[in-house]
Design a protein around this ligand. Sequence first.
Ligand code: OOB
Length: 554
Amino acid sequence: MSQHTTTQDAPGYPAEYAERYRAAGYWRGETFGQMLRDRAAAHPDRTAIVDPGPEPGGEGRRAWTYGELDARADRLAAGFLEHGITKGDRVVLQLPNTAEFFEVVFALFRIGALPVFALPAHRESEIRHFCAFTEAVAYVIPDVEAGFDHRALASKIRAEVDTLRHVFVVGDPGEHTALRDVAREPVEITDGPRPDDLAFLQLSGGSTGVPKLIPRTHDDYIYSLWGSNELCAVDEHSVYLCALPAAHNFPLSSPGTLGALYAGARVVLAPRPSPDVAFPLIEREGVTITGLVPPLALVWTEAAAATPHDLSTLDVLLVGGAKFSEEAARRVTPALGCRLQQVFGMAEGLVNYTRLDDPYETVVTTQGRPISPDDEIRVVDDEDNDLPAGGTGHLLTRGPYTIRGYWRAPEHNATAFTADGFYRTGDIVRRTETGHLVVEGRAKDQINRGGEKVAAEEIENHILAHPSVHDAAVVSMPDDYLGERTCAYVVLREGADPVKSLAIKKFVRERGLASYKVPDRVEFVEEFPQTGIGKVSKKDLRAAIAARLAPAQH
Ligand code: OOB
């Protein structure tokens, strides 16, 4: 049944490729449910997950062994089945970095229901879309997180989305169902997912009006995990600190929490990524490896100089999600006493790492090379012609863990992929003689706000809903800390009452958007600069705002 759904909802891997990836040993024929079962059988008493609680160092530290996580996933799977959740169903998951995240995810994996990985920052607009578009049957939330009551939002969405039958709450359920009341005696699941079935839907950073959903299979994702483990030296002795939001592809799989669990290692969850929380955790839990976006890596390198905490167990720091400048990269090892590994990945698949034995210059000046010998890389010009070696152009890729199409998006797929299945990443890269990629820019209409992706069109649509707005164009502006921030250029309607930039920001926020998507700056103009063929020239707008922000030159 799910096979059928899979092929109908998203283009899968063509049979000849699937055979090749299996024959090469990349796809091992494993599922996540079985993977956890195997680890729990091999070392039931080893610690899998450490959740220090919302205030690390205080009460409330929980440590679940592999045996316990496995048993919990079984019981919760039985409870989900009793609630009518079955194979192929979608469940929107919006949990912070807590142990329950893994309990829920593995319970769903066992059934073959698909988690849809929302981020904690998402709000009404995004959540409504995920629930409605995926026809989700359930939504899993914390009660109150970072001052936001997710239960009230869930009530609203549930009233609007017919398919949404259940809201499961970690903590005080209010009018919904407490997750802790769902577990049942384990039942045998006879028609669980196959290795080539979909495991979950990840979110794309995107450049379109609404985020696209990324269908990943057990086979393909598990390959990206063990492939990453080999390159990042993750083994059963590793302790991975999940500092970024657990649902994001980077901390989930590069090598991330799931990679660590695959290796039989230990996962430590940080409620927040700031040094005041993470450094004591590193010391107390003996963390060996973690992943950060560039702005956080900078904060950590600065904070390390004055910290009383012993960070000597930290062996590898992965930095990715946005371009890490060479200058910043050079600070990591002296400041933190650990090795740096750059990672340039995407939820659609392809992940590149600098290797731990690469020359230092390569580590600080490139974004790495692909995990797999069968990751096909093309660097092309605007007409899809392959560029000569060393040329800078569009990165296209195809391979054993890169999707062949988004979920239920045939029209978008027609342009986001080439006819022969290469994914158009929207990144502008150069390939060095050693096959390492250097990210030189971006062709997609997206702002990379320190690793958090903002699709210009999505924000423009929200601004355009304002009654006084005639037109809007959202572009990036340079920022010392985040690398980029968002600037919204706005043309007001003729005769409209004057509007202040704060009012535009407030308007966007009140439409229920993740706060990182609210424009950092709003500029009002009479008209937009145009390109030769009469389109808005975002290039000129970017240059204009960059010039305005640049310190006065003498
Ligand atoms: C990761 O995944 P996404 O899906 O949030 O974003 C992917 C995009 C890439 O296409 C690229 O534009 C940008 O993020 N990006 C980088 C980068 N890493 C990602 N740009 C420059 N330098 C880098 N090192 O961001 C992601 C997924 C898995 C591992 C790491 C990051």
